[in-house]
Design a protein around this ligand. Structure first.
Ligand code: UDP
Ligand code: MG
Length: 320
């Protein structure tokens, strides 16, 4: 809940090893928000960076009273860093979530605010293009959104939309009630509902630094990410099962070809072996899938706090 003297808008920025871009980000953010006519703060969340990101943030804070800094006790990953920032947002009216790497242009924020003023609680920025990303990444992202739409049911994920968006205070309060450990933010944003509208923009390539995503990470993320190593053995069963089943199918094919086209006599045991292997593989795959869910239940039952804050220095800005 906002305090009485809170600024109207909070901009939440999770950052992990972003020392090169942060000063430029802050400069562009400040100039983009010049004419919005509301008091604002920016909440920088240092997600356990291994470079000088925290020092850069502190420098920005010393120079600008609109800067708040949340320093997490270690690297928790973007989804949780984002949540930490939202928890610390003082905003009375709205929050904007944006990446630090300038792939989400701060210049789009006034358009988000304009749409919010029309009466929408959730205004998400939708990408027109994905510059500077390989076609493989574009294709996998495209496929992912299509699959999610299929599986979505009542909760539909808007396509080509990242975390870059604006939430009204009441939408934010709703979102902050969802405290699950497996935080698939795009799904949570969609789950809360409320009137929503898209604003289209062109996504830029990263300004500096490197992406923290690789394909294996994206894959996990797409399956709502399993990160705890304690559940990894459950996953192994999935793949052992899959490969056994594939091997069995190949073996069976070879067997059939040999029999039908070359007339080799079939001894009883090869076909038996093929069937046994195939079914065994499928069973292990299914066990793996159950394991995926079991692992998630395991993580949720621990009921741990999502993160620990090493330090929080609030902004020194108040309502206008
Ligand atoms: N990020 C974070 N913690 C992490 C990884 C990333 O806070 O463990 C931040 C990162 O600094 C950036 C945003 O999340 O502001 C998006 O990360 P990135 O650009 O690597 O992802 P992509 O744009 O490729 O999806
Ligand atoms: Mg990025």
């Amino acid at each position: 809940m906002p305090e009485p003297d809170a600024p109207a808008l909070s901009v939440v920025v999770p950052a992990y090893n972003e020392q090169e871009v942060l000063p430029e980000f802050h400069r562009r953010l400040a100039s983009a928000l010049e004419g919005i006519g509301m008091a604002w703060e920016v909440v920088y969340v240092n997600d356990g960076s291994r470079d000088t990101t925290l020092a850069v943030m502190s420098g920005l804070q010393a120079a600008d009273p609109r800067v708040a800094v949340v320093n997490l006790s270690r690297n928790f990953g973007k989804e949780i860093a984002l949540t930490a920032g939202l928890d610390h947002a003082r905003a009375a009216e709205a929050v904007v979530v944006i990446d630090a790497d300038l792939q989400d242009p701060p210049e789009v924020i006034p358009a988000l605010i304009a749409t919010w003023r029309e009466g929408f609680d959730v205004v998400y920025a939708q990408r027109n293009t994905r510059e500077g990303e390989s076609w493989v990444k574009k294709a996998t992202a495209h496929g992912f959104y299509r699959v999610m739409q299929r599986l979505g049911g009542k909760v539909q994920l808007p396509p080509d939309t990242g975390d870059f968006r604006l939430l009204s205070r009441r939408a934010l309060d709703a979102l902050l009630k969802l405290r699950e450990q497996h935080r698939f933010m795009k799904g949570l944003f969609a789950w809360i509902g409320f009137p929503a509208k898209a604003v289209r923009y062109d996504r830029a390539a990263r300004a500096a630094g490197t992406t923290k995503w690789n394909y294996w990470k994206l894959w996990n993320f797409s399956l709502e990410g399993i990160t705890s190593f304690t559940v990894a053995p459950l996953k192994v069963a999935t793949y052992v099962g899959l490969f056994t089943a594939i091997g069995a199918v190949l073996y069976l094919t070879q067997l059939l070809v040999r029999t039908f086209f070359f007339g080799n006599p079939v001894a009883g045991y090869p076909s038996l072996l093929a069937v046994v292997l195939f079914l065994g593989g499928v069973q292990m795959m299914m066990l793996g899938i159950i394991g995926e869910y079991l692992g998630r239940i395991f993580n949720e039952t621990k009921q741990r706090p999502l993160y620990f804050t090493e330090r929080y220095v609030p902004s020194r800005v108040s309502a206008e």
